[in-house]
Each structure stands twice: as C-alpha cells, then as structure tokens.
Design a protein. Structure first.
Length: 143
C-alpha cells in the first residue's frame, strides 16, 4: 500500500461518525454518493467510490475497533476517501480460496483505485482527541 500524499489547500472535506454495526455500510454508501454527486463527480467514478467505501467500512467493522468514522476529501484533481477506526491490526490483502466468502475487499479497492490505497495512523476528524488508523483510497477526479 502507498503512503498518503498531503492534500492541496483548495479542498472540500466531509466527515461523518459511523455506527458500529451493519447500518454503517449503508450509511457510508449513501453519504459517499451524495457528497460526490454534490461535487459533480462523473457517475461511473461515483459508483466505483461507493463500492470501495463499502469495502473499507466493512473491513473496519470486521477487523477494526470502534469508534468508526469516514471522510471524503476532494480537490480539483483528486478524491480521497478514508475510514478511520481504533484497531491496531493493519489491513493486508490475502488470497482467498474460491469458496471463501471473505477476503476480496482490498483486491477490489486495489484494482478500482489503480493501486492508490493504503493505511496509516491518523487523528479522527469527528473525535479530534483520538488517534486511530486510516484506510484510504484515492481516485483522479476527471477519470
């Protein structure tokens, strides 16, 4: 996974706390779609971002620890989507067997983001006094 690049100063940022249950995935999908559509992002790119956001929120719920939050940051060139949790275990792609029901989420994120994804320590935006780990992906805005 790649290190996170600093965002330019001219950016738009949205952040939401997420519940610690399955409602978080549906809420994250809806919030991501609304934020990106508001920013005028092309529909195909919105669909990819919504799918990837649901994958990293699901991973946070399955393998991370509460509290959870998500953020969407956009500048003229790039969209950055982040999910923060307080778990210490870093996400790592694995090779699932053909019958496995899990294990494909990070592969989906890697392919759809052209390899622009990763994980790093980060402060929460919605709880600034807390430290967690951020799992993220980036997409070029004009793709």
């Amino acid at each position: 996974m790649n290190p996170l690049r600093p965002a330019p100063h001219s950016r738009t940022r949205y952040a939401w706390p997420l519940p610690g249950d399955a409602r978080a995935v549906a809420g994250a999908r809806a919030a991501t779609r609304k934020a990106l559509e508001t920013l005028g992002v092309p529909s195909g790119l919105v669909d990819d971002a919504v799918l990837m956001m649901s994958e990293i929120v699901t991973n946070a719920l399955l393998y991370g620890d509460p509290p959870y939050e998500m953020a969407v940051t956009a500048d003229p060139r790039e969209i950055l989507c982040v999910v923060v949790d307080s778990g210490r275990l870093l996400p790592a792609p694995r090779l699932p067997g053909s019958g496995d029901e899990r294990g494909r989420g990070l592969h989906i994120v890697a392919v759809l983001s052209d390899g622009f994804y990763g994980c790093h320590p980060q402060r929460y935006l919605t709880w600034p006094d807390r430290l967690g780990k951020a799992t993220w992906f980036a997409l070029p805005r004009g793709a």
